[in-house]
Design a protein. Structure first.
Length: 336
């Protein structure tokens, strides 16, 4: 039998062993910490208001929503199911809460309704992904449009002021720390435990790493994937309550572009776009890195257009590096 060409053998060997190309998670964590320290040092030197209490509190409130939603996106993405719809689901959930309050429902039920609306959107994503075998990227882009449209329809295109003390609890502070920040911290601790120490969390890696092998060992892949997308939607719903509560209004146009910020932070944190890798510590540091960057640029007077450019580049970079490492071959090699 004739031996295959050397370059073909090398390309096949490299492609069949992606684990060898994956970067060490510890190196990623150290790199993120270095970037965060450098970033904060630069902004501290050139932006006088950066370290003020007012700015830190404001930044914490804004990033808390991103952090909470990023937890759900991390679970979904590790399992191989990206969720692009979270920004619109945040807005829809907040509108649902405002509408429930407006129709006389008790505030606790209205708050529960925001989380339930997000969970329903996530489970709907999971239904279409698993039942009809549509790629999660396509399904969640569709849900992004549907959820945003529903938010405007339910609110009749108008923002609704919310004055209920219970619903607006996230305007308060505990021990001088904004309540949304404390909630995000607790959510990260719980999420880390679930992801690292429970079967529900560990199955994400099995599914994302090798979907076929997970099915071969009798994992209920479709049901679990639906649950992970439901979790992503539910945490987006929780983020919708936090945001509506913090601003004291349900706004159908809220959280535009938040999905870009969340996904960029998650990918920078080391969660692989192809699934099977990552952790919540990396996601947390990714949120801090992106949140600090956006805040510092805003304080320097750079508008949304400049921030979009930076976020876009920050999104492309980790995807390009992951593709290069996991594939392990050049364009010329892949063409041959």
């Amino acid at each position: 039998m004739t031996a295959p060409p050397a370059e073909h053998t090398e390309a096949t060997r490299t492609r069949s062993s992606p684990k060898r190309a994956k970067s060490d998670p510890t190196r990623r964590i150290y790199a993120l910490l270095v970037f965060i320290v450098l970033e904060m040092s630069i902004f501290a030197l050139f932006v006088p208001d950066f370290w003020t209490q007012r700015n830190l509190v404001s930044t914490g409130r804004l990033n808390a929503v991103v952090a909470i939603v990023a937890i759900g996106v991390t679970f979904g993405l590790i399992s191989g199911a990206i969720d692009i719809s979270v920004g619109a689901v945040i807005a829809l959930s907040g509108v649902v809460g405002g509408q429930l309050l407006g129709h006389g429902f008790p505030a606790p039920l209205a708050a529960l309704g925001t989380v339930a609306a997000g969970t329903l959107a996530g489970l709907t994503n999971g239904f279409f992904v698993t039942r009809f075998r549509v790629h999660p990227l396509i399904v969640t882009i569709g849900m992004l449009s549907v959820a945003r449209g529903l938010a405007f329809v339910l609110a009749d295109g108008r923002s609704v002021i919310i004055s209920d003390d219970f619903f607006n609890v996230f305007q308060s502070k505990w021990f001088g720390v904004p309540l949304p920040v404390l909630l995000a911290a607790v959510a990260f601790l719980v999420g880390h435990y679930v992801l690292a120490w429970t079967h529900f969390g560990r199955y994400t890696y099995a599914m994302g790493g090798n979907d076929v092998a997970a099915r071969a060992v009798a994992l209920p892949v479709d049901r679990l994937r639906t649950y992970y997308l439901g979790l992503s939607g539910g945490l987006a719903g929780l983020g919708g309550w936090v945001l509506a509560s913090a601003v004291g209004a349900s706004v159908p146009s809220a959280a535009r572009g938040t999905e870009l910020v969340v996904i960029t932070a998650v990918l920078l944190g080391g969660v692989g776009f192809s699934g099977g890798s990552g952790n919540l510590l990396g996601t947390f540091l990714g949120v801090v890195l992106i949140g600090t960057m956006v805040n510092g640029m805003a304080l320097q007077g750079l508008g949304p257009s400049h921030r979009l450019i930076v976020l876009g580049l920050a999104l492309i970079l980790p995807l390009a590096l992951e593709a290069r490492k996991l594939e392990g071959f050049s364009w010329r090699t892949s063409a041959t």
